[in-house]
Design a protein around this ligand. Structure first.
Ligand SMILES: Cc1cc2nc3c(=O)[nH]c(=O)nc-3n(C[C@H](O)[C@H](O)[C@H](O)COP(=O)(O)O)c2cc1C
Ligand code: SF4
Length: 655
């Protein structure tokens, strides 16, 4: 049995003792706050649920008290409601043994096209220059941060976290020399650029006393080449260097901050701030080792620190004091409880896809999750017992089938899960085969473990037929038969020894040579290409559309990282180009001008989509066997992890 003695021991932050070292990272949810910053009923349930799930400390997403400079309404305009809701939420969190710090934001500055330390190009629209804050406006912001903290204290929050020397938000842009061109007391030397940060700490102490804990969000590196450009390999740095980070950390300690809540990156280098799984787990640890030498302050380490073995080791080594866990706390609200109970294998893994959480937030204004369909529905969305236990047959042991079986058994049904191959996992197996997608393999391991530890009758090597269904007499048949790669017969050489589907390539069914042509520049094709680039292979991507990764459901930061990777590795990308055939010499393609080119290749990997496997739905309906027949997952409509899990949940939650 694995134990986590370091993650589970208490930590003192200023005057407050937190029961363990697993802290939920500050994350805005979209549904959790009112436009002026107060908590909605859904938001309260979301936080309380994570406190019930064992997190010692919860950080809220950024809330700006400023109701004068950037905005006209804030928590300062709704004091009574903020205090009433805050006190009730904090009481419930404390009943679970947890504590909550509200993240008080000084503003997002140029990231929202708002006033900044200097005139700066707005993020995403460099043609629009922001206005510089006047000294009076800076002072007003500092005053409101103090007033906001006093209000948070009254509302029962155990402390505040200052937002933020990260993401290039307002305070970060004051401190980054290339964004702060002021010549007054708030610009120039490092101390001057940090003046607003010091004044905020003093203003809070002035209103709440020095013993009211104040932490600060702090990126240890910016990883920026320039505005709107990340430094892929981290060698170039226009923003914060590690040396400067160490100097800043010392000054923050001297100003009276009680802990550093660390991460990395800016919105210009967003894949370092919202790292997809392509970014190594614990990627900030080498920097934190150096920071540790500079300060005694507790270091609360965030960003890809959700691997409990990794964070346990880093605490044991003395590098960090706690793990600040973001997306993994969305994916599994009980993450911390499962660590305390020494059952890490029961943690529903966050796969670092960014699909439902940050991309959901950007595209629909609401955080969701690929692996947890109940986010934002904590009160009424969780799985409860069915009125009557039914006999449920699940056909297909891919992700949709495994999730359907898991939920069905939790609802009290008698569940049989049949898989025709000898392994559970379906398309999760090839998808989790790259080292940079290890969390997908971990998610599969989670589902396999659930199917073994719950009373599910799993039958591998079992192809279900209508006759079997007639014999078994289930009340419901859930068809989760999945999808297979499209391999167009119209392509000359589709059976050539050099041709392989992306799935078979990932499964290692055919050796892949040094010169590889990937046909299909969607997310799957590009991830396969990224894997080969990392192995040092010579890669060409061929895409029929006008651009690669062009579909809306590809999270922007994942796309940005893959594009930068291809630039870094010198990957050739041919868009508007179609594969004509595969010959002994390589891939024959038709370029946008209609000309033919033969790209020398040892292997041509086809990743041009998936098609649903035909299920026996029609046969079962004809059979009229009395069972409810439900199709889910890729077999119903090809999608991804998010759509498969949501489908399973929707199908079974009311069964
Ligand atoms: C939907 C979403 C909203 C976020 N909002 C905030 C925020 O308001 N303040 C903040 O400091 N960080 C915010 N973050 C960043 C997280 O705190 C964290 O640094 C990031 O998710 C990386 O950590 P992880 O790998 O543990 O998820 C947000 C992240 C997500 C996914
Ligand atoms: S959507 Fe993906 S990255 Fe975001 S929390 Fe869920 S599993 Fe993790």
């Amino acid at each position: 049995m694995k134990t986590y003695p370091n993650l589970t021991k208490p930590l003192k932050i200023g005057s407050v003792t937190v029961k363990n070292r697993m802290m939920m990272a500050p994350m805005d949810t979209g549904f959790g706050n009112k436009p002026w910053g107060g908590f909605t009923p859904e938001g309260v349930e979301y936080f309380v649920r994570r406190a019930e799930g064992g997190f010692g400390l919860l950080f809220s997403g950024g809330t700006a008290p400023d109701n004068r400079v950037d905005q006209t309404e804030s928590i300062l305009d709704h004091r009574d409601e903020f205090i009433r809701v805050g006190r009730e939420m904090n009481r419930r969190i404390e009943d679970c043994g947890g504590k909550m710090f509200i993240q008080l934001s000084a503003g997002v500055g140029r990231n929202g096209g708002l006033k900044s330390p200097s005139q700066l190009p707005s993020l995403g629209n460099p043609a629009i220059m922001t206005k510089a804050l006047t000294v009076e406006e800076i002072r007003e912001k500092v005053r409101m941060m103090g007033e906001g903290a006093a209000l948070c204290r009254e509302a029962g929050f155990a402390g505040v976290d200052i937002h933020a020397l990260h993401w290039g938000h307002l305070l970060d842009s004051f401190v980054l020399s290339f964004m702060n061109r002021r010549t007054d007391a708030y610009g120039g030397s490092l101390e001057n650029r940090l003046r607003i940060v010091r004044e905020i700490r003093e203003a809070i102490a002035g209103r709440c006393g020095w013993d009211y804990p104040v932490t600060i969000r702090f990126a240890v590196r910016s990883f920026m080449k320039d505005f709107n450009k990340a430094s892929f390999d981290g060698r170039e740095e226009a923003g914060r260097t590690l040396e400067e980070a160490a100097e800043i950390a010392k000054l923050l300690e001297s100003y009276g901050y009680d802990a550093l809540s660390t991460d990395a990156g800016t919105l210009d280098a967003f894949y370092y701030a919202m790292p997809p799984s392509y970014v190594e787990k614990g990627y900030t640890l080498p920097y934190l080792r150096e920071l540790r030498k500079a300060v005694k302050l507790p270091i609360l380490a965030g960003a890809r620190m959700a691997d409990p073995d990794l964070s346990e080791g880093a605490i044991a080594e003395g590098v960090i004091d706690a793990a600040v866990i973001g997306r993994a706390a969305i994916a599994d609200p009980d993450y911390a409880k499962k660590i305390v109970e020494s059952r890490p294998e029961d943690i529903r893994t966050c796969i670092g896809c960014n699909q439902g959480c940050i991309w959901g937030y950007f595209t629909s204004g609401r955080v969701g999750c690929a692996v947890n369909p109940t986010v934002g529905h904590e009160k009424d969305g969780e799985i409860g017992k069915a009125d009557r236990s039914k006999k449920v047959l699940v056909v297909g042991g891919g992700i949709a089938g495994m999730e359907a079986a898991r939920i069905a058994v939790l609802r009290g049904h008698d569940v049989t899960l049949c898989e025709k191959s000898d392994r559970l996992g379906g398309n999760l197996i090839p998808a989790g085969s790259h080292d940079f997608k290890s969390e997908v393999a971990e998610l599969n391991a989670y589902f396999i473990h659930q199917s073994k530890s719950l009373p599910i009758d799993v039958r591998l090597g079992t192809e279900v037929t209508p006759d079997m269904v007639r014999e078994m007499k289930p009340d419901a048949v859930i068809l989760a038969v999945g999808s297979i790669p499209v391999m167009p017969r119209s392509i000359e050489g589709i059976d050539h020894s050099k041709t392989v589907s992306g799935v078979d390539a990932c499964l290692g069914k055919k050796p892949v040579g040094e010169k590889v042509v990937i046909v299909g520049g969607g997310l799957v094709g590009c991830e396969i290409a990224f894997g080969y680039c990392r192995e040092g292979k010579d890669v060409t991507i061929v895409e029929a559309l006008g651009g690669i990764l062009s579909l809306n459901n590809v999270p922007g930061m994942n796309k940005a990282m893959l594009l930068d990777a291809f630039e870094h590795y010198g990957t050739r990308i041919l868009t508007g180009t179609k594969l004509k055939g595969v010959r002994d010499e390589g891939a024959v393609v038709i370029l946008p001008d209609g000309k033919e080119e033969t790209i020398p290749a040892d292997t041509v990997v086809l990743s041009v989509g998936y098609r649903p496997v035909k299920s026996m739905r029609d046969d079962l309906l004809m059979l009229n066997c009395g069972a409810e027949v439900i199709e889910i997952g890729d077999g119903r409509q090809v999608g991804n992890v998010l759509t498969c899990i949501r489908d399973a949940y929707e199908a079974v939650k009311d069964l």
